[in-house]
Ligand binder design. Structure first.
Ligand code: FAD
Length: 307
């Protein structure tokens, strides 16, 4: 089923779950077992993130260097296909502009159609390691809005895919201001995106204000808040650095007061997320998206408390 139809017909908010493809070497059975704990909640769909291929240079015997593809994760299409056949649940593979030409994107779309996948999360993707700015692939796309256009143009008129896009309540780090970022978000919606999933945030007021700004800018598609429970003290500095987000002082103080007690920190992060989720549900959000990072224990606790 298409996510746009799930969102249109669902009578109550539901959890939306995102997993990261596992490292190569995992068996199909191990992958299926790892997401089994989520099945208790009958998820409407599972998002599977997409990761750019990396290359390494190896020295040959003659002293020259040759470039080699290093793909250390199972592909998102393979993971999606395994999940669909094991659990009969809808899947949402993420697709990124980075690393693919327009023709390669078209080939990926053909594969998704072949697999019977009806949903795509369309993203630009991050810079490759070592680059400060995103560099579009020659013959590929620069912005997610162009990818959305390409997905809509694929077998034009056939309405094959429902498309989700990313939104940033605390602004995408490259945008000069939130207003410009929201204008660019609107480009994605105008290009054909059906709904938005946000970057993680830890202060719900930031999300509510973002939704108001999006609505004022004429964005009328569903906006699904994204949550990630904090699990370690290290994430207090890592998450702002990696995702350009703030962590509220109340949360950092709680974490600090737990000292080196790792279980206490884990519980603080989980409880904070439960409070955020309950408040979002009370404010009438259509769904809550969880960045599970493949870890089920805290997410299961949150889902049991909130849904
Ligand atoms: P865009 O919408 O293209 O925006 C990127 C920047 O360009 C923004 O600053 C925007 O304001 C600006 N911009 C957009 N259009 C224009 C324009 N026409 N002119 C000028 N400026 C413009 N990354 C992955 O690699 N794999 C994943 O699976 C993945 N999943 C994600 C899931 C979610 C829910 C979210 C929120 C992010 C995810 N990301 C993922 C991260 C994402 O790829 C990065 O945040 C990336 O830097 C931006 O992607 P985007 O699709 O938002 O880009």
């Amino acid at each position: 089923m298409k996510i746009k139809d799930i969102l249109r017909t669902s009578s109550r908010p539901f959890p939306s779950l995102e997993i990261v493809p596992p490292l190569k070497g995992i068996t199909n059975a191990e992958l299926i077992e790892s997401i089994k704990p989520f099945m208790e909640f009958c998820p409407r769909y599972i998002n599977v993130t997409c990761h750019r291929d990396e290359y390494e240079f190896r020295e040959e015997t003659d002293g020259s260097f040759s470039r080699h593809l290093v793909r250390n994760k199972v592909s998102e299409a393979a993971v999606c296909s395994a999940i669909m056949s094991a659990y009969k649940v809808d899947v949402v593979p993420h697709m990124i502009c980075g690393g693919s030409t327009a023709d390669e994107i078209d080939n990926k779309l053909s594969d998704l159609k072949f697999l019977g996948i009806e949903n795509i999360m369309a993203l630009r993707g991050d810079c490759v390691v070592g680059e400060k700015r995103f560099v579009p692939t020659e013959g590929g796309y620069r912005y997610a809005s162009e990818l959305v256009e390409a997905i809509c143009a694929f077998e034009k008129g056939s309405d094959l895919f429902s498309i989700g896009v990313g939104g940033y309540p605390e602004k995408h780090f490259e945008a000069p201001n939130i207003e410009t970022d929201i204008e660019n978000l609107k480009r994605k919606v105008d290009a054909g995106a059906d709904y938005i999933i946000t970057q993680m945030f830890f202060d719900n007021e930031v999300f509510y204000s973002y939704v108001d700004k999006c609505r004022s800018a004429g964005i009328d598609v569903p906006i699904i808040p994204g949550l990630k429970p904090l699990t370690t003290a290290r994430q207090v500095s890592l998450l702002p650095e990696s995702f350009s987000i703030d962590i509220p002082v109340d949360l950092t103080s709680e974490i600090r007061s737990a000292g080196n007690d790792r279980q206490a920190i884990y519980n603080i992060g989980t409880d904070w997320c439960i409070r955020q989720c309950k408040d979002l549900l009370a404010h009438g959000v259509p769904a809550v998206h969880f960045y599970t990072m493949g870890k089920a224990e805290n997410i299961v606790r949150i889902l049991r408390e909130c849904f």
